[in-house]
Design a protein around this ligand. Sequence first.
Ligand code: FES
Length: 213
Amino acid sequence: MPLPYSEKVLEHFMHPRNIGRLEDPDATATMGNPACGDMIKIYLKVDGQEKRITDIKFESYGCASNIATGSIVTELAKGKTLEEAKKIGWKEADAELGGLPPVKVHCAVLAVDALHMAIENYEHQHGLLKEKVPTDEKVVLKRLKHVINPKTGREILQANLVKAVAVDSGRVRVELALPPDYQFAKALEEEIRERLEPLWDVEQVEVAFVGES
Ligand code: FES
């Protein structure tokens, strides 16, 4: 039986555009998918004057649809202004690919969410926010949504791995109920930092592993 993918999905899966990482990116975002535990990371280069995406790449830890949608979403975003790129939605990505099987639509949502978060991170870092919400515990928890534990494929929030969050004068401390020698401690710390460090009023992020081995 042939794979239930359009020719365009298969073509982008076999020959993905913009795959890899950018050295010295202006913004990044990693997004995990609670439906399947897959992840995607987006790298952006932005022309600060024109607020235009001059280069974009992605790395995928996901399925064929995730790779194909990462490819098409980065194609759609390249050369667009940030405001234009914000309007790219999963339906557009899905239509461009000739329609994903319904069970795979969340893969397109994942790629688009990562793009939007990378743009949001850029805006935080470059004074472009329309509304500057001070970072508090609620903001931190919102930003940690869809951070996936690579070992289990589950969200750290849903798995109750976030034991405590403290915010004080630009310093954020996140305690995880995992031991310091946890196999994916470094990856989790990096991802949490990537989520929190871009916030406009955050100066320091500490991730503490307070579980027992
Ligand atoms: Fe996980 Fe597609 S099944 S991103």
